[in-house]
Design a protein around this ligand. Structure first.
Ligand SMILES: Cc1cc2nc3c(=O)[nH]c(=O)nc-3n(C[C@H](O)[C@H](O)[C@H](O)COP(=O)(O)O)c2cc1C
Length: 225
């Protein structure tokens, strides 16, 4: 499948969507995105990603199993994660993003309510009809493989954008990795890094379009000339 959108437009059009239309993406379009994603670079071309995509009844069963696990506070991540580790400019950026999102979603400033809403919407896959689950093959040390799987994830996301689709990478899904392994029968030696819910973004919903600052080049890059 051909797409003619200029690269700078694809990169800027890609946003994390948090509201989707229920329409399923045709299989041929999912195949086209999968075909783009497999060109992602990796250490020594080892391609250490193992990818599962859940749609239809399986997607619904998975969402329910994860919501049940969340209700019982049954977190089973394959790799540890904590928001509490943030500080300084990283904390500031995270708080700015959270405030902009919750304002766009019409959720009050109450932290407990925001947390409940965020967990619920993430585990409902934000209404997306498909979810892609990204696992790391048990090779090298985790950090190298995570870099490779991140490359794969971004290629997948850019291809979605180029095809008029949208997705959202979700670390939150990986906090319930044990439930994903169990529900889909996935080899426990594979470590889940994140998921990507995807589909057709709901146009004009503020949760998909709210403005978000990206740090200027000078804040994150130093030129040594
Ligand atoms: C690896 C990764 C994991 C993420 N996990 C979540 C998540 O669990 N829930 C969520 O709502 N957003 C998640 N995000 C989306 C980020 O919040 C989003 O990328 C960031 O705010 C920048 O916005 P943009 O993607 O629209 O440019 C994640 C992004 C990345 C790259």
């Amino acid at each position: 499948m051909q797409h003619a959108m200029p690269f700078h437009e694809v990169v800027r059009r890609r946003r994390s969507a948090r509201s989707f239309l229920p329409d399923r993406v045709p299989d041929a379009l999912i195949q086209a995105v999968a075909d783009d994603a497999r060109y992602a670079p990796s250490n020594s071309n080892i391609q250490p990603w193992v990818v599962h995509i859940a749609s239809g009844a399986t997607r619904d069963r998975l969402s329910k199993a994860m919501l049940d696990a969340a209700a019982e506070e049954r977190m089973t991540p394959d790799v540890p994660f904590s928001y509490d580790d943030l500080y300084g400019v990283y904390k500031e950026r995270q708080q700015a993003q959270g405030a902009a999102y919750f304002q766009a979603a019409g959720i009050s400033r109450d932290a407990a309510e925001q947390r409940r809403f965020a967990i619920l919407r993430n585990l409902e896959f934000f209404g997306a009809p498909h979810v892609c689950l990204l696992f790391m093959a048990p090779v090298y040390e985790t950090v190298r493989v995570a870099g490779d799987v991140g490359m794969y994830g971004q290629t997948f996301l850019l291809s979605l954008a180029a095809h008029g689709l949208a997705g959202i990478p979700q670390t939150l899904l990986s906090l319930f990795a044990g439930t994903v392994h169990e529900t889909l029968g996935i080899d426990p030696s594979l470590k889940m890094l994140f998921g990507i819910s995807f589909g057709y973004p709901e146009p004009d919903n503020p949760v998909n379009t709210f403005p978000l600052d990206k740090a200027p080049i000078g804040e994150t890059m130093t030129f040594h000339r």
